[in-house]
Design a protein around this ligand. Structure first.
Ligand code: HEM
Length: 499
């Protein structure tokens, strides 16, 4: 407690001690508690209610504040205010998480690492809810809950279960590209400071006239990508399950501020129509030879949370938080996410979660048509009209609501026809689906020992699969990337089983 404050209960009433129970004492020194002991009752009652629901995915995390600085002229790409001048700085909150395991789990577990980033821009909050991998396991959003359950605990044994993990992926092989990334060294990053992050999805940069470019965002660590080997990650998981939290907290405390360069790949809508890869398919990247990286900014983390629960646990990120100049594409997984995150926040934090200080926009907020609800704690817009089109007190609108996605839809009817056709695909596999994983396998091969480590990482997991038939199906899946890979995964797995 700071020196200028004295202890009170939550209603502000001062107390002489924080630990004295009010008892009716008997002569032997024993005593009975009394209902008038408000301090004891409040203290116990509040403790029982300290927990809020853990995020169903991405529960274990590390977070910090910082700033995004625009580093290049982007006026040909977007009218977004946070990119309007070189040197313009925007405050940022970042939360980096593992996906499957619970809040108390080891943060060096092999897993995709999520990247929840809130840019508190002067035109409202923009959230970049990314991963440290440029692709994803699925391209049909309805599979998301199934995919995550297969990565978590078995409903009967309550144990992580390699049988259901591989059974899901053999049955839904479109995730092969992401599986290769996950079982490579990149599945065990050395800490938040040493990982990259990617939008994965295609988004849009939009202009005031409604024209737009498709983009993918890449955030690249200035500290260099560094990963643990499986053995290192496992050892640290046992010795210090909070290794990544500690690493970042201590770096920021000693003013060794981690930073990243932010890039975009830019594609014209007309190019999208003829491009080899479906730009709304999250299992695909846009090779850099086709669409080079263009620098737009720099991110620096320079402030630890003042309180983990208030700043990081109560943070709510959503791809639906977009500012003028930035819009969602028609990627069906992204479209589903635009619904899922605010829905999750309303359940996890309550309907007024946007008022919590860590989520509140730094731009002025005037949203009088969303009223009341549990835990409303701003002025609730006083007596302003709570219905639209009031003639008594007309609503004022922002003079330049620009680059909104609705405009871009109406201005590009021809393109939208194409979008409609492309997004009706289902997630059945085509031969082409193995082309990018095969290219990645070659890239992995350029670094000495990396293919061997990746194969051993896969085999360590597949050896836990009980059914020989399912194991054969896993070898076949990797064999479709490269026959050699399939054979080596089989050989290594069988050697591990014999040991
Ligand atoms: C259909 C697909 C997906 C659905 C339905 C979905 C849903 C969710 C849900 C419900 C949460 C927990 C939110 C909360 O309780 O606050 C979450 C967290 C998260 N998701 Fe997804 N997700 C999907 C795909 C993705 C993809 C493709 C990415 C990355 C490109 C991603 C990145 C994240 C991140 C970074 C978090 C943690 C956010 C935080 O720090 O609070 N998700 N997701």
């Amino acid at each position: 407690m700071s020196a200028d404050k004295y202890y009170t209960l939550a209603e502000g009433c001062p107390f002489a001690s924080s630990s004295t129970a009010v008892l009716m004492r008997n002569r032997d020194g024993g005593g009975l508690g009394l209902l008038q002991d408000t301090q004891l009752i409040e203290t116990l009652a509040h403790f029982s209610r300290e927990r809020i629901p853990e995020r169903v995915v991405h529960a274990k995390a590390i977070g910090a504040y910082g700033e995004f600085e625009a580093t290049a002229d982007c006026s040909d790409l977007t009218c977004a205010s946070f990119l309007s001048e070189v040197g313009k700085k925007t405050p940022v909150l970042l939360r980096v998480s593992t996906v499957g395991p619970e809040a108390g789990s080891a943060d060096t577990s092999r897993d995709v690492h999520g990247w929840g980033m809130k840019l508190y821009t002067d035109e409202g909050n923009l959230d970049w809810v990314f991963n440290n991998t440029p692709v994803f396991f699925i391209r049909d959003p309805i599979k998301f809950p199934s995919m995550n359950r297969s990565h978590k605990r078995h409903p009967r044994t309550h144990l992580p279960d390699a049988n259901m993990f591989w059974d899901f992926h053999v049955g839904n092989p479109e995730g092969i590209h992401q599986l290769l990334v996950l079982f490579s060294d990149r599945g065990t990053p050395r800490s938040v400071r040493f990982l990259n992050s990617y939008s994965g999805h295609t988004y849009k940069f939009t202009q005031k006239d409604g024209s737009f470019k498709y983009i993918k965002i890449h955030i690249k660590t200035r500290q260099g990508v560094k990963n643990f080997t499986r053995e290192e990650a496992t050892k640290i998981a046992g010795e210090d399950p909070d290794y990544m939290i500690r690493d970042m907290f201590e770096a920021i405390e000693r003013k060794d501020y981690p930073s990243w360069d932010v890039f975009v790949q830019v594609m014209d809508p007309s190019e999208a129509e003829n491009y080899r890869w479906n730009i709304f398919d999250m299992t695909k990247v846009w090779p850099h030879e086709d669409f080079p990286l263009r620098n737009i900014g720099k991110l620096t983390l320079n402030q630890n949370p003042g309180n983990y629960f208030a700043d990081i646990e109560q943070a709510a990120f959503s791809p639906s938080n977009m500012v003028p100049g930035f819009a969602a594409s028609a990627d069906p997984v992204l479209q589903a996410r635009l619904f899922a995150y605010p829905d999750a926040a309303r359940y996890r934090l309550g309907v007024n979660y946007q008022q919590l200080p860590t989520n509140a926009a730094k731009a002025p907020v005037y949203c009088p048509f969303e009223r009341d609800g549990k835990m409303r704690f701003d002025g609730n817009y006083g007596g302003d009209p709570n219905y639209v089109n009031s003639s008594l007190q007309p609503t004022r609108f922002y003079p330049e609501v620009k680059g909104v996605s609705q405009n871009s839809l109406s201005l590009h009817t021809e393109h939208e026809k194409w979008v409609g056709e492309v997004t009706t695909y289902t997630s059945h596999m085509k031969k082409d689906d193995f082309v990018q994983p095969a290219a990645l396998w070659e890239v992995i091969g350029r670094e000495p020992g990396h293919q061997e480590r990746t194969i051993e990482n896969i085999a360590q997991s597949v050896k836990e699969v009980k059914s020989p038939k399912l194991r054969d199906e896993v070898y076949d899946l990797f064999g479709r990337v490269s026959l050699d890979l399939g054979t080596r995964v089989k050989r290594t797995t069988e050697a591990f089983i014999k040991k």
